[in-house]
Design a protein around this ligand. Structure first.
Ligand code: NAD
Length: 513
């Protein structure tokens, strides 16, 4: 509760107001549409939030439309300056926002700080980008003609985010969208709305100081129903949705039905391949961070470990020494490495998956318990599990959003391991540990990993913002963050200018009259 008090004081958050707009608060008592948010860390009720109604949604869209009229006329480098100011504010609030991320979502404080740092990084990236939103020029086949292409602001970008990266994913979208001249409507996960409100309060300071309308960055707190409204709304040309594949199929279908643009960042089922040429000390660091970091609740969490038979027993034994000694507990404590799962539903999916995989023939080697007793009263703390399994098991084919690592043995050459790695429906992140050039290059080749992210001697989780982030197959195909991901937030226009005194037609077509 000290964390909450600190946040509220430092950000000037008060206790009553509507469900949207930069005047957002954490109040809500007395309003029939409110929800109490409990921390997975200690089970305390942190605050209540108003849940938006469809009428609220209408008002937010109107506010955003008005702001867009103004914002798209602001020169891109000036828009970049607003993002720069926001990044600077985030630097001031990094510790307290990082703490709130940790307390509301349950990841350890170090990862909470890392998440805010990612927001700062994307702000820096977007500032530079604001002077580089460039298209090509081309030579025309017609004399006295010039051709080029340019990118214009698209309009309203709907951002639907998941609970596990409650603020970073929004910032990847919102900061790029902002420099591109778009306005955003952010619907955070209903499980983690408080961090979103805190971000909005920090933004408010910047918008007010620059005399800009709040409608440039809108926040709407609601559940799937509000997300579905956005997906079906033709006034929202781009919907960027992060979450489960189940959600993505619905959002993708609704956006597709109106021929809108969807950027989907969905579930992963990520593997690390350990070949007989792996540097095991390095590899095990990456494996353990990838499998138990954020308590297995990253889209890039390592879920499968594909191990060459020559080193299988050694890897298994070393992991069996590490796993029982992992410090599990309050994620705000410096010594803890594994915090809680987000809620009871997550605990029950964890337990069900372990039960099912054993029915399918898997062997639970360690972990899989729900911790009880002092400091574990919430029932959300579990011991990370190691399971020997086959890649074909139904359970292994699914993403269980919890710390379960499946050990899968392979024999033969690296192609065998790659086939296992690719043999799932998801295609987000992948990695190989090997010091054999032939193996690593095969993994990165066109016949190698089929994922959006393929790493060598680095684990599956912990991407930097400079590269485009996203995955193939059921992960949805979207790309966010660095590289040229900005292009999806803009509409592209090809311009041909005739400065001659003739009107020749392309392809030499004769049309004389
Ligand atoms: P979720 O799918 O339950 O919810 C995500 C968001 O979608 C929430 O805001 C929710 O309200 C909204 N939503 C749910 N159903 C909807 C619908 N029918 N229409 C519109 N909106 C809807 O996911 P979660 O449990 O919050 O997050 C975990 C999942 O997110 C995992 O599968 C994880 O892999 C994935 N994830 C992916 C990435 C990525 O970049 N690929 C990043 C983070 C999380």
């Amino acid at each position: 509760q000290a964390v909450v008090a600190e946040i509220k004081t430092r950000l000037g958050i008060k206790d009553s107001n509507p469900a949207y707009s930069t005047g957002l608060t954490w109040g809500g008592a007395g309003n029939k549409h409110f929800k109490t948010i409990y921390s997975p860390v200690d089970g305390q009720a942190i605050a209540s939030v108003n849940l938006a109604t469809p009428e609220d949604y209408e008002q937010v869209v109107k506010t955003a439309q008005l702001a867009f009229e103004q914002w798209r006329q602001v020169p891109a480098p000036k828009r970049g300056d607003i993002v720069r100011q926001y990044g600077n504010k985030l630097r001031l609030y990094k510790d307290v926002l990082g703490k709130l991320v940790s307390y509301e979502m349950g990841k350890i404080y170090q990862e909470g700080l890392g998440e805010v740092q990612e927001m700062i990084d994307i702000c820096d990236f977007a500032v530079g980008l604001s002077r580089q939103l460039h298209g090509f020029t081309m030579h025309s086949e017609r004399p006295g003609h010039r051709m080029y292409e340019q990118y214009h602001a698209l309009g309203i970008v709907g951002v639907i985010s998941a609970f596990n990266f409650p603020v970073a994913v929004w910032s990847w979208n919102a900061m790029l969208a902002a420099v591109c001249g778009d306005v955003c409507i952010w619907k955070p996960s209903e499980k983690t709305p408080l961090t979103a409100i805190a971000c909005q309060h920090i933004l408010k300071e910047v918008l007010l100081a620059n005399d800009l309308p709040e409608g440039i960055f809108n926040l709407i707190i609601g559940d799937a129903e509000i997300g579905a409204l956005m997906a079906a709304d033709a006034r929202v040309p781009l919907v960027s949705a992060t979450g489960s594949t189940r959600m993505g199929k619905k959002v993708g279908a609704a956006v597709g039905a109106r021929l809108g643009r969807a950027l989907l960042e969905l579930g992963g089922n990520n593997a690390i391949i350990l070949t007989e040429h792996a540097h095991l000390d390095m590899a095990l660091r990456a494996v353990v961070f990838g499998a138990v970091g954020t308590c297995g609740q990253r889209c890039t969490s390592t879920r499968r470990l594909i191990i060459h038979e020559a080193i299988y027993n050694e890897v298994k034994e070393r992991l069996l020494k590490i796993y029982p000694n992992l410090p599990i507990g309050n994620p705000l404590s410096d010594t803890v490495l594994v915090g809680p799962l987000i809620d009871q539903d997550a605990v029950s999916s964890f337990q069900k998956a372990l039960e099912k995989v054993q029915q399918e023939g898997g062997t639970l080697l360690t972990g899989g318990e729900v911790l009880v007793g002092e400091s574990y009263e919430t029932g959300t703390y579990v011991t990370p599990a190691l399971v020997e399994a086959e890649n074909t098991y139904h359970t292994v084919q699914e993403e269980t959003f919890a710390p379960i690592l499946y050990l899968i043995k392979y024999t033969g050459d690296v192609e065998k391991a790659i086939a296992l790695q690719n043999g799932v429906r998801q295609g987000l992140s992948s990695a190989i540990f090997s010091n054999h050039l032939g193996q690593t290059e095969t993994f990165l080749s066109a016949w190698g990993s089929d994922c959006g992210i393929a790493n060598v001697n680095i684990g599956t989780s912990g991407a930097e913002i400079g590269g485009a982030f996203g995955g193939e197959k059921e992960t949805g195909g979207g790309r966010e963050s660095g590289s040229d991901a900005w292009k999806v937030y803009m509409r592209r226009q090809t311009n041909t200018i005739n400065f001659s005194r003739e009107l020749p037609l392309a392809q030499g077509i004769k049309f004389d009259f």
